[in-house]
Design a binder for this molecule. Structure first.
Ligand SMILES: Nc1ncnc2c1ncn2[C@@H]1O[C@H](COP(=O)(O)OP(=O)(O)OP(=O)(O)O)[C@@H](O)[C@H]1O
Ligand SMILES: [Mg+2]
Length: 458
C-alpha cells in the first residue's frame, strides 16, 4: 500500500513536552519522528526527506535556527514550523526570514500547531526555481560536473584539488556508475595539462589482439591488417593525460609492456625498432579489486603499485544518500534546459529515491530521473508513481494499517520477529542467497544480517 501520510520531524529538547506533542500529532495522522536535540535532528534530516519539521528554537547545543537552515538547504520544498518562547516576536520574524514557513509561540494549543501545519502543507507550492539549491550547484559543491556535498564527496574534492595539479599516476576505483570517468576528466581539466589532450582507452572494449596496437601504434605491415603507420593512444596523449579505463581487464602480457612505459616513459610502435619518448600523465580506473587480482596472480604486483600511487576511491551512492537530492536537482537541470520538464520532486518520491540501494549508482539515478521526467512530463512535479518500479516498490516506510491489535492483546516481540524472518527470507531469495547483497537490500551490515539469521533460526 502506498505511503501517503505526512512525515514529520519533531525537535524538542524537553522530554515531557515532546512526548505529549508527538502523541497528539500522531493522533492527528502524522508519522512522527522525535529528535531530542538539534544534533539528532541534523542526523535525521541527512537520511530522510520529511514533509515537515516542527522545531523548538531555543535548545542547548545546535539550536532551532541551525535545524531550520539545514532543512531548507537540503529540501527547498520542506515545511518548517518553529516554536518560539512567549513574547519573542523578534525570534519569530528572524526565523521566517531564514526560511521558516510559520511559527507558534509557547504556550500553544495543539490545534494552533496542527492548523499552521495544515495550512503550510496545503500551500506548499511548487517552488519552480529552487533558487537555493541551484545556487549551491553553481560552484562550491562540484568540480567540473562532479556533484556532491556528503562528507565523502567533500573529502574527494579536497583530495582532487591537491593531486590534480601534480603529475602523479592515479588509480580510481569504484563500483559501476560511481563517476570514475567524470573524476578522471575533472583531474585532467584541473591540471596544467588541461590545454593538451585527454585520451581515453577502454581496455575492456577492445579485443586483446588489437589493444596493444591501439596503445602503442604500429608501422605499416607490422601485422596482418596494419595497412599504414598509425599513432597509438600513448603518442596522442603526449603532454596530456592518458586514461586507461577498466585496466583490470588487461592481459598479463600487455601489463608488462605498460609497466615499462610507466617506468621509463618510452616505448616502441609495433614493428618499429625506434624508441619513442612520451610525457604522459596516466590515470587508470577499475571496478575490480586489483589487490585481490594481484593475490590471485591475475594482475602484476609491480604494475599495481606503479598505478596506485594515489588511490582515489569513489563511494557507492547508497553510502552517501545525502547526495541524492542534489544529484536529482542536477539531473533535472540538465534535462530541463530543453523542455518544459518537471522541475520538482515530491517529498514522497524523494524518500523513495533516498531509500533505494542504487546498485547502478549515479548512472542508474540519472536514468531513473530521465525516465520519471518522461512519465511525469508537463505536470511540473515528479511523483512517486513516475519512478521506475524497482525504486517505487521499496516502501519508504511500511504501512501498518492492515495489522490489527486484537482485544486480548498480542505478542509484539513475536510478531516483529516473524516480520523480520519473512523479509530476510525474501531478501535472500531475491539475491539467490547472497548475504552481502541481501544485507544491502535491507540496509543492514552484513555481520548484523548474519547474526539475525542465526538468532531467528534458533
Ligand atoms: N558525482 C557526480 N555528479 C554528477 N554526475 C555524476 C557523478 N557521478 C557520476 N555521474 C554521472 O553518472 C554517469 C556515470 O558516470 P561514469 O561514466 O563516470 O561512471 P563510471 O564509474 O566510469 O562507471 P563504469 O564503471 O560503469 O564505467 C555519467 O553520466 C556521469 O555524468
Ligand atoms: Mg567508466
Amino acid at each position: 500500500m502506498p505511503d501517503t501520510s505526512k512525515h514529520l520531524l519533531l525537535v524538542e529538547d524537553e522530554p515531557a513536552l515532546r512526548t505529549v506533542l508527538a502523541e497528539q500529532l500522531t493522533d492527528r495522522g502524522y508519522e512522527v519522528d522525535e529528535a531530542e536535540s538539534g544534533e539528532a535532528a541534523l542526523a535525521r534530516l541527512a537520511d530522510f526527506a520529511y514533509d515537515a519539521v516542527v522545531t523548538d528554537l531555543r535548545m542547548p547545543g545546535v539550536g532551532g535556527n541551525a535545524v531550520l537552515e539545514a532543512a531548507v538547504q537540503r529540501y527547498p520544498d520542506i515545511v518548517v514550523i518553529v516554536v518560539t518562547g512567549y513574547g519573542t516576536v523578534k525570534d519569530a520574524v528572524d526565523a521566517i526570514k531564514r526560511g521558516a514557513t510559520d511559527f507558534v509561540s509557547k504556550p500553544f494549543q495543539i490545534d494552533e500547531l496542527t492548523h499552521a501545519l495544515q495550512v503550510a502543507l496545503e500551500q506548499r507550492r511548487l517552488k519552480s526555481e529552487n533558487a537555493y539549491l541551484r545556487a549551491q550547484l553553481d560552484a562550491r559543491h562540484r568540480i567540473e560536473g562532479i556533484v556532491g556535498r556528503s562528507p565523502a564527496m567533500k573529502k574527494l574534492f579536497q583530495l582532487l584539488e591537491t593531486v590534480a595539479p601534480t603529475n602523479s599516476t592515479i588509480l580510481i576505483t569504484g563500483e559501476t556508475g560511481t563517476g570514475k570517468e567524470v573524476v578522471a576528466r575533472a583531474i585532467h581539466h584541473n591540471s596544467p595539462r588541461r590545454a593538451q589532450r585527454f585520451v581515453a582507452l577502454n581496455c575492456s572494449a577492445i579485443p586483446e589482439a588489437l589493444l596493444e596496437a591501439e596503445l602503442f601504434g604500429h608501422v605499416k605491415g607490422a601485422f596482418t591488417g596494419a595497412i599504414g603507420n598509425r599513432q597509438g593512444r600513448l603518442e596522442q596523449a603526449h603532454k596530456g593525460t592518458l586514461f586507461l579505463d577498466e585496466v583490470g581487464t588487461m592481459s598479463v602480457g600487455l601489463q608488462t609492456k605498460l609497466l615499462r612505459v610507466l617506468q621509463e616513459r618510452e616505448f616502441e610502435r609495433i614493428g618499429d625498432p625506434n624508441t619513442i619518448k612520451v610525457d604522459v600523465r596516466v590515470i587508470a580506473a577499475t571496478n575490480s579489486d586489483l589487490r585481490r587480482m594481484v593475490a590471485a596472480g591475475d594482475f602484476r604486483e609491480d604494475l599495481f603499485y606503479r598505478l596506485n600511487v594515489i588511490p582515489v576511491t569513489l563511494p557507492p551512492l547508497r553510502d552517501r544518500k545525502d547526495d541524492v537530492p542534489l544529484l536529482v536537482q542536477h539531473f533535472l537541470d540538465k534535462l530541463g534546459s530543453d523542455s518544459r520538464s518537471p522541475v520538482m520532486v515530491s517529498q514522497r518520491a524523494m524518500r523513495a529515491l533516498m531509500a533505494y540501494s542504487w546498485p547502478g549508482n549515479v548512472r542508474q539515478l540519472e536514468n531513473a530521473i530521465e525516465r520519471a521526467v518522461a512519465f511525469g512530463g508537463g505536470r511540473g512535479q515528479i511523483e512517486f508513481d513516475d519512478l521506475p518500479p524497482e525504486i517505487a516498490s521499496v516502501p519508504s516506510s511500511p504501512s501498518t494499517s492492515d495489522l490489527s491489535l486484537p482485544d486480548e492483546g498480542m505478542d509484539l516481540a513475536e510478531l516483529v520477529s516473524s516480520i523480520e524472518r519473512d523479509l530476510i527470507a525474501r531478501a535472500l531469495e531475491r539475491t539467490a542467497g547472497n548475504k552481502g547483497q541481501a544485507a544491502r537490500l535491507l540496509r543492514l551490515k552484513r555481520t548484523t544480517l548474519v547474526e539475525k539469521i542465526k538468532r531467528l533460526h534458533r
